[in-house]
Design a protein around this ligand. Structure first.
Ligand code: GLA
Length: 450
């Protein structure tokens, strides 16, 4: 049997959102916001290490049809939930206890409203100053707080690692900003959405998802520098298909494991003497590790190679990395992964799909063995994809453990690829995958419907 293919729905999300608006509110919406999903080609778990990533904004989108509201509230009806999001304006303060924040998807909507309000307040207090997220002219005092009502339709699978929550945050942020007459840059929108995720939802994620969904460029991957917040579009060769493989697996452990990995990376950076792992190359990391090993040995506290054990004072207190092989392995992965981002970007620019594919496979090996955030279904998908005809390489994509893999496939051999992949994956997992041959689209946008 052939793998099922996205999109599963007959009507696009744009159409469903507008139709739902008319049915719900008995009038036409004035605006339509569209926010794409993203898939990350390479550069995983590098964003919170100030590093590089190479995502693509894809043609699976979340749409909000909306118009101004008389009542002082933001009201959003979703096709996926009988209970709407209703956020009073002004929204709750940042000091609201977690237990009093909205549950589920509504918390993302609420979080963006809270951040828009916080930006306005910090602008008002600081004159032309304000926080990093308020930099530029995008969110002046009082901006982004116009009440509106809307309807939400989405073709982005939830929990699959394609950033359905970032798309929601960005759509809500742009809706509010646009109605207030503001034109924030994609960077400003992404930072605001990230703050909603970090400070309100409570997930300490990096900027990858929000930046990709905000700043995507049609036909291109986007090289993001997460320290300088600059982006560079990298053209995708025409003969190359980016295929997303939804393994059908979903896991709950992601948030806690994510926080652990992030802490391990930060610990390793401190021990290696850099502000962030971004500041190391594979060679300078080797040198830093050798220095660390020398000083550890001269203390007589660790065995060569950094294995735990021995006698004497508590070695952990003296040398956290030499005795924390896990943190060292995480760091090695991140440093190598940062280097792979530029290597994949160069290969794509040169139209060298085989090299790009090999780098993706190397990335997957690293994430499985050193970073340890893969999962059985993701490994099976990569194994089945890379053995299928026309495939240059594949890897898991996103936070990890479950969700989606991404494969680079020769466009002229897509049918042979799909035909071979499906039975191979099912034989390994007893599951059916959903494939999506995706196009690279532009980032979050708003349309005036007149
Ligand atoms: C999740 C996070 C991102 C990023 C990826 C891993 O998607 O939201 O910030 O860290 O995991 O690359």
């Amino acid at each position: 049997m052939r793998a099922a293919e996205y999109p599963a729905t007959e009507h696009p999300a744009t159409e469903r959102a507008v139709r739902a608006f008319v049915e719900t509110y008995g009038e036409r919406p004035t605006h339509l916001v569209r926010a794409p999903a993203r898939v990350n080609l390479i550069g995983e778990h590098t964003d919170y290490n100030d590093g590089f990533c190479l995502p693509v904004a894809i043609d699976r989108e979340l749409c909000i049809a909306l118009r101004r509201n008389e009542a002082p509230e933001l009201r959003l009806v979703s096709e996926q939930d009988a209970v709407p999001a209703v956020i009073p304006l002004p929204p709750p303060g940042l000091d609201t206890p977690v237990s009093a924040r909205a549950p589920g998807w509504v918390r993302y909507v609420e979080g963006v409203a809270v951040m828009l309000a916080a930006e306005s307040a910090s602008r008002a207090a600081a004159g032309s100053g304000g926080s990093r997220a308020a930099a530029g002219s995008g969110f002046p005092a009082g901006g982004g707080l116009v009440p509106w009502r809307g309807t939400l339709a989405s073709d982005i699978p939830v929990g699959a690692g394609l950033s359905s929550s970032a798309a929601l945050e960005l759509a809500v942020a742009l809706a509010g900003a646009h109605l207030a007459g503001l034109t924030p840059a994609p960077t400003e929108l992404a930072l605001l959405a990230q703050r909603a995720e970090n400070l309100w939802v409570g997930a300490a994620t990096g900027l990858l998802d929000q930046f990709a969904c905000a700043a995507g460029v049609a036909g291109h991957a986007l090289r993001i520098d997460c320290r300088t917040l600059t982006t560079e579009p990298v053209p995708l060769p025409g003969g190359l298909a980016v295929v997303i493989i939804d393994t059908g697996s979903r896991r709950q452990v992601v948030t806690s494991e994510y926080a652990t990995r992030r802490a391990e990376c930060e610990r390793a950076a401190r021990a290696l003497g850099v502000a962030a792992l971004r500041d190391l190359t594979p060679r300078s990391m080797d040198e830093a590790v050798a220095r660390l090993g020398r000083s550890a040995r001269s203390d007589g506290t660790t065995r060569p190679g950094g294995a735990a054990g021995g006698t004497g004072p508590d070695p952990v207190a003296l040398d956290p990395v030499a005795l924390d092989p896990a943190a060292l392995r995480r760091a090695r992965f991140v440093v190598a992964e940062n280097a792979r981002v530029d290597a994949v970007a160069a290969a794509l620019r040169a139209g060298d799909a085989p090299t790009a594919g090999r780098l993706l496979l190397a990335g997957h090996r690293g994430i499985r063995e050193d970073f340890e955030v893969s999962g059985p279904e993701l490994d099976a998908a990569v194994q089945a994809a890379s053995a299928a005809p026309g495939c240059f390489g594949a890897r898991m994509t996103g936070g990890g453990f479950a969700g989606c893999a991404v494969a680079l496939v020769d466009r002229s051999r897509l049918t042979a690829f799909t035909d071979a992949f499906e039975p191979a994956y099912t034989a390994l997992t007893d599951r059916r995958a959903v494939l999506h041959v995706c196009s690279a689209v532009a980032g979050t946008s708003v349309l005036d419907l007149g």
